[in-house]
Design a binder for this molecule. Structure first.
Ligand SMILES: [Zn+2]
Length: 386
């Protein structure tokens, strides 16, 4: 296909673009396997979408292990900019957009490892010690009206912790998307002075879950919650009792006043065994840099709970429908490149159904059904290009 075109560099560039295009079409079709696309060798379809024959599973794996991941990031940023220009992205509430950072383990193995594998020691039931190899990455997603938009991911390197990896990811996000978000939402692991200092220095705000391992701050806050008057309100079926106090200075390592918010949430649940209704009470405490005058208590709590949205919608959908955890080739670059390609496919799919499909069509069919319709074209013997 590319014989006789330019020099070796140009031919390699064209080959890589073709391999990437095959991978992207595979991801959009949610096939989840390089061998699966080999079985869709329906020439008219592939000629239409990638301009030639499909690559073999080996060629695809080889190519993805050599892709420049920043070029995929560049495409994701271009799609984001286009959506932004078309006014397709809207703040969910309070005119603010949140970026959620979360660590995720993609897979583990006791047999196979690569240069990017992390290691941990496990003890079997027989008392033997075994080494397990695994990959983890931190993903950054925007929480927007109607969509969780994955922007970027960064693999955790051997010997470093998740927060260090997240700071490296944030540095790149701040460079590529400086005005895309106002505040960062993270779990309790990130309630550490170096992370908060980094975010404050960048002029952004952060909301982190506060656990009792930040003992002084947690104890001070708990003491004040007992003395301060709470606010009670009903939100749907959940009753929330909240405390919201600013100007805490008991976090020694931070040297910056923080805000602490507590929400005690009561909801009625029906026990399956007894069929009786019971009150289930959960309590959440968060530490933040954002002042009350910029974000009121009720919106603060909604934003803080948005982290679940990413876990339940974003990660869940990427892993279960988009095969986000599938290891197409056990190689650190290939894992990162396939991960970014899956994110790009997810964004394109959601942009397509939100922007191009009529509402009546969107309401009639589920996202899963629409994805199946896209994939079904690959298997059509007599595919006719649109
Ligand atoms: Zn590995």
């Amino acid at each position: 296909m590319i014989k006789g075109i330019g020099d070796n560099r140009q031919r390699r560039q064209i080959a890589m673009e073709w391999i990437f295009a095959c991978g992207l079409v595979m991801a959009v079709g949610q096939l989840g396997s390089l061998n699966a696309i080999g079985q869709t060798d329906q020439r008219r379809y592939w000629r239409r979408w990638v301009g030639g024959k499909i690559g073999s599973a080996d060629t695809m794996g080889y190519g993805f292990a050599r892709i420049d991941c920043d070029s995929i990031r560049f495409i994701i940023r271009s799609v984001y900019s286009q959506l932004k220009r078309n006014k397709a992205l809207h703040a969910l509430r309070a005119g603010m957009i949140a970026l959620v950072l979360d660590g995720h383990e993609s897979h583990c193995s006791q047999k196979r490892c690569c240069g990017g594998c992390l290691k941990r020691r496990l003890r079997t039931k027989r008392g033997e010690e075994k080494i397990e190899y695994y990959h983890r990455h931190v993903m950054a997603s925007l929480v927007l009206e109607g969509i969780c938009l994955p922007l970027d991911m960064e693999p955790q390197r051997p010997g470093e912790d998740e927060v260090k990896c997240a700071i490296r990811l944030l540095e790149r996000i701040l460079k590529n998307y400086p005005r895309a978000f106002d505040l960062i939402i993270v779990d309790g692991l990130y309630a550490r002075a170096p992370f908060f200092k980094f975010v404050i220095k960048q002029g952004k705000d952060v909301i982190a879950v506060l656990k009792d391992d930040r003992r002084e701050l947690f104890r001070d806050a708990q003491g004040l919650f007992k003395k301060e008057k709470s606010t009670i309100y009903q939100e749907g079926s959940v009753k929330k009792e909240c405390w919201d106090i600013e100007e805490f200075r008991s976090w020694d390592q931070l040297d910056y006043p923080v805000r602490v918010v507590c929400s005690r949430e009561t909801r009625k649940i029906k026990r399956q065994k007894t069929k009786a209704f019971e009150d289930e009470v959960t309590q959440w405490v968060w530490v933040s840099t954002i002042p009350k005058r910029r974000l009121g208590t009720q919106n603060f709590i909604k934003f803080a709970h948005d982290r679940w949205k990413i876990e339940n919608n974003g990660f869940h959908e990427l892993v279960n429908y988009w095969h986000g955890d599938h290891v197409y080739r056990h190689d650190p670059v290939a894992i990162e490149a396939f991960g970014l390609t899956t994110m790009l496919a997810y964004i394109l799919f959601h942009a397509f159904i939100r922007r191009n499909l009529k509402e009546v069509f969107r309401e009639k069919y589920t996202k899963k059904h629409l994805a199946r319709m896209i994939a079904s074209e690959m298997y059509q013997e007599n595919f006719s290009p649109p």
